[in-house]
Design a protein. Structure first.
Length: 343
């Protein structure tokens, strides 16, 4: 069973093909991705209307590229999957419309997929895939969540961000430091040159006793330091970047370890864009190694939004009997869609 996946939730257009025929985990056959970073940099962030228009331009050429990569024709695709939500409404509609039109033209089923479930399962495409059950730290864009994962579609929410997520803390702090879009990776690179103990920044909810996250107060603390530094910001920016990253990473680390302790599980999966952060991986690896815990990540190219994770999630749901390959071509999208609602 070949599943074509289309991702268009925000500022990346992704198309991928996986083979979900019998293997324990679907196998990635080919993928293509276009990032809109260069287009949005001039505006300092994603412009939804421009994002939607660019998805329209990119999705069919990317699909053709995947067909060439894999030696497959559209007629050989068995299921067309797409990101149904959450994300930008207009951007989601592009992917959903193309996917359902393609499926209808081929007489094949179409399947809407939850974007966060795609991220959550993406480490199964890595060279070191996890095994169920595990604790998942999902750090993607506006979402920071800890979950107990027993299997595909069997998720228990342990804690989540109550205001700004970790990714937003990275991006908003980077903007305060005058760094270009997308801010998170730029802040991480700048932090390599700084002293993480130079500024005493808060670790919100670190000692709350629960597994929830809050990073809005950290952003405010960074703003306060930027205002205090004034013209001296340029000279101290590496130190402030390093201190900001250290605060975010410490919270993510401590809450993840607490989740492992409370669940009694010995396996941690980290997924989403912030999962590519080198410092986060370094401290998690060290702490988990000390405790005899296995930790798994997606390959770096799969941390960003991509079609492979959408095709994978669809394939795993179909393999597990959690989704029916129905030939229904009317569609809607869910810009705000909790993962629990998709179960």
């Amino acid at each position: 069973m070949r599943v074509l996946g289309i991702e268009s939730s925000c500022d990346e257009t992704g198309v991928a093909l996986v083979d979900a025929s019998g293997a324990a985990v679907p196998r990635l056959l080919g993928q293509a991705l276009h990032s809109q970073i260069a287009m949005h940099q001039a505006y300092g962030g994603v412009v939804p209307e421009l994002a939607s228009r660019d998805h329209i331009r990119r999705v069919l050429p990317l699909m053709a590229e995947v067909m060439v990569q894999t030696g497959c024709t559209p007629a050989e695709v068995d299921v067309v999957a797409y990101t149904r939500g959450p994300g930008l409404a207009g951007a989601l509609l592009v992917g959903a419309g193309v996917a359902c039109a393609l499926a209808a033209s081929l007489g094949k089923p179409a399947l809407g997929v939850h974007h966060l479930e795609g991220h959550l399962l993406s480490p199964f495409l890595s060279a070191d895939p996890p095994e169920f059950p595990f604790v998942a730290l999902l750090v993607s864009g506006g979402h920071t969540q800890l979950m107990r994962v027993e299997g595909v579609g069997r998720y228990e929410l342990l804690g989540e961000s109550i205001d700004d997520a970790a990714g937003e803390a990275f991006d908003k702090s980077a903007k305060l430091l005058g760094l270009p879009y997308p801010g998170g990776p730029h802040l991480a690179r700048l932090a390599e040159q700084g002293d993480p103990q130079a500024f005493k920044l808060p670790r919100p909810l670190l000692h709350s006793g629960d597994l929830d996250f809050s990073f809005a107060g950290l952003k405010t603390a960074v703003l306060t330091q930027v205002q205090k530094l004034g013209d001296g910001l340029h000279q101290r920016a590496p130190d402030l970047a390093a201190s900001t990253q250290a605060a975010i990473v410490e919270v993510l680390l401590k809450k993840s370890l607490m989740a492992l302790e409370r669940t009694g599980l010995q396996r941690l999966v980290v997924a989403g864009g912030v999962g590519a952060n080198a410092r986060l991986r370094e401290v998690l690896d060290a702490a988990c190694r000390q405790r005899g815990v296995r930790v798994h990540y997606p390959e770096l190219e799969l941390c960003t939004d991509n079609g492979a994770m959408i095709a994978l999630a669809a394939g795993m749901r179909l393999q597990g009997g959690l989704a029916l390959p129905e030939r229904r071509y009317s569609f809607d999208v869910k810009p705000r869609w909790g993962l629990a609602e998709a179960l």
